[in-house]
Design a protein around this ligand. Structure first.
Ligand SMILES: [Zn+2]
Length: 210
């Protein structure tokens, strides 16, 4: 017998080669949102996101999607006031999020992910998005976000569709390699980062062969 959710205290990030990261996640039934089990999962996701902020050995976490924890459900946590410059954000939960409008104006910036290891990259995203979702209490929300926070929404919603940012990168030179100790540097120098990551290497990481 399998449990529908793991116990919150054992929530942890799956490896970049985990198959769940390439699967389309399942929508949450509104009736499910009130359950103790679901609310405990939400608390666990928030605890994990916030806990990483106090961990000096890790990068700043600005968003999290349930598939990154091996849970193929359409739930994301967003650092709603993240600035992309290392600020520890406040997190908010979105259930069944959908992008209902994206600006034609594009924003080009760097991305990294706890589910891509040391692979980072330069990713084109819409500069502004409108999203609809349920909040953690089952209320419908519609919000518009710009810039870095709009980027986080697009990145996390991609996780729900089994997509990671390297698969959105079309220019070979925009796939990059960043050692953990260099993340601070990367934030300032991403535009001319010298360490590239080959497409083959990324594909090997996905297969668990790197
Ligand atoms: Zn990610």
């Amino acid at each position: 017998m399998t449990e529908r959710y793991p116990e919150p205290e054992v929530l942890r990030l799956v490896s970049p080669s985990s198959e769940v990261l390439s699967q389309e996640a399942i929508s949450i039934a509104p009736s499910e949102i009130d359950s103790d089990e679901f609310q405990a999962l939400i608390d666990g996701m928030l605890d994990l996101a916030q806990g990483e902020q106090g961990n000096p050995a890790r990068r700043t976490m600005v968003g999290l999607a349930a598939p990154q924890l091996g849970i193929s459900k359409r739930i994301i946590v967003i650092g709603i006031d993240a600035d992309g410059m290392g600020k520890n954000p406040d997190f908010k939960v979105y259930v069944n999020p959908q992008v209902t409008r994206r600006s034609s104006e594009i924003n080009i910036d760097r991305e990294g992910c706890y589910s891509t290891g040391r692979v980072c990259g330069i990713v084109e995203r819409a500069n502004s998005v409108t999203i609809t979702a349920f909040d953690r209490f089952g209320n419908s929300v519609t919000e518009t976000h710009d810039g870095f926070v709009a980027r986080i929404f697009q990145h996390e919603i991609d996780h729900l569709d089994g997509l990671r940012f390297p698969d959105r990168i079309t220019k070979t030179d925009d796939l990059l390699w960043v050692e953990l100790k260099d993340f601070g540097d990367f934030r300032d120098r991403w535009q001319d980062w010298p360490h590239k990551c080959s497409r083959e290497k990324w594909e090997a990481i996905k297969r668990g062969q790197a």
